[in-house]
Structure formats: structure tokens, C-alpha cells
Design a protein around this ligand. Structure first.
Ligand code: PRP
Length: 176
């Protein structure tokens, strides 16, 4: 089986869109401090790039979640391997995802975060694949709406590979 990657979103397009989302967030939050909660591992690149463009004071938190394992199809079970390190009570939280697919991860994490009593909770995803949704859930900030294909790059992996690509691509698995 050979692996080919077709570019879907270039580095320049990512940078432009992330600037736009950061401007939207900056407008919406004004002078309020923000706690960014990154969903590991895929959300790392997005968090780093968007954080640099925000004008508010920003705190970083990470949640280690897995649902895909090494497969291209979600297992349907969301596991929190490591939760928040500090309290988010009374804080303005933005949950950052690389992609919303079935919506199971986001829905699981919203419940988890709401129980910790943040002052507000917004959902921000770089990529949205609404055609695959099984849970009725939508993000407040969306970078790109994409087709139903297997996506890699800019944090997203296939069997832990391709996370470091600076662009988003569609992975094609082909018989040689
Ligand atoms: C991916 C992605 C999202 C989730 C979205 O994570 O990063 O967190 O799946 O899928 P869903 O909407 O169907 O729940 P994954 O479990 O692959 O972990 P990773 O980020 O460490 O690669």
C-alpha cells in the first residue's frame, strides 16, 4: 500500500484564516483574559499559531484525548488520558480542536469542561467535517469546512505520521 498526499489547504491559506479567526476572537473577548484548552495531539500546531495572534492575556491548558488509535475510522470511544492540570473555574475558556468529525470528542469534552464551572466556554476548530457528524454539535469558530476525506498534516496524523506537514492534505492509500 502506498501513501500519497494531495494538498487541500496550503500553508498560506492556513495562516490567512488563522489570522481572521484570531481577529474574531479578539473582537469577541475584548480585554478579557482567555484560557486556551488544546486537545492533544492534533490541536498543537493550531494552538501555537493562533495563540501568537491573540491580543489578550492567554493561558495554556492541555487535554490528552484519543478516539482513533492507529485507524482511519473513529473507534467511537473517547478516552481522556490526561485531563486539565489547573482549575478553569471562573475563566473564559476556548476549547481548540484540529478537527470535528463525528462530534463525539467535542461533545465529551464540553461535558467534562462544563462540570469545572468556567465563566464561559467557546469551541474553536480549524477543520469541520459536518458530513460525518453523529452528535449534533457545532463549533463557534470554524477555520475550514472540508469534504469527507482522510486528512493529515498541521497536527493531524495517520498512524502518528504527517503531523509536522505545514499544510493540510488528503491522504490516499493506494495499492501498488
Ligand atoms: C482526532 C481529532 C479530534 C477527534 C475528532 O483525534 O484530533 O480530537 O479525532 O473526531 P470526532 O469528532 O469523530 O470525535 P485523535 O483521537 O485522532 O487523536 P490525536 O489528536 O492525538 O491524533
Amino acid at each position: 500500500m502506498s501513501e500519497k498526499i494531495e494538498v487541500l489547504i496550503t500553508e498560506e491559506q492556513l495562516d490567512k484564516r488563522i489570522c481572521e479567526i484570531a481577529e474574531e476572537i479578539t473582537r469577541d473577548f475584548g480585554s478579557k483574559d482567555i484560557t486556551l484548552v488544546c486537545v492533544l495531539k492534533g490541536g498543537v500546531m493550531f494552538m501555537v499559531d493562533i495563540a501568537k495572534k491573540l491580543k489578550q492575556k492567554v493561558e495554556f491548558e492541555f487535554i490528552d484525548v484519543s478516539s482513533y488509535g492507529n485507524n482511519t475510522v473513529s473507534s467511537g470511544t473517547v478516552t481522556i488520558n490526561n485531563g486539565l492540570e489547573t482549575s478553569i473555574e471562573g475563566k473564559n475558556v476556548i476549547l481548540l480542536e484540529d478537527i470535528v468529525d463525528t462530534g463525539r470528542t467535542l461533545s465529551h469534552l464540553i461535558k467534562y469542561l462544563k462540570e469545572k464551572n468556567p465563566a464561559s466556554l467557546k469551541l474553536c476548530t480549524l477543520l469541520d467535517k459536518p458530513s460525518r457528524r453523529v452528535v449534533d454539535i457545532n463549533a463557534d469558530y470554524i477555520g475550514f469546512t472540508i469534504p469527507d476525506a482522510f486528512i493529515v498534516g498541521y497536527g493531524l496524523d495517520y498512524a502518528q505520521k504527517y503531523r509536522n506537514l505545514p499544510y493540510i492534505g488528503i491522504l490516499h492509500l493506494e495499492n501498488q
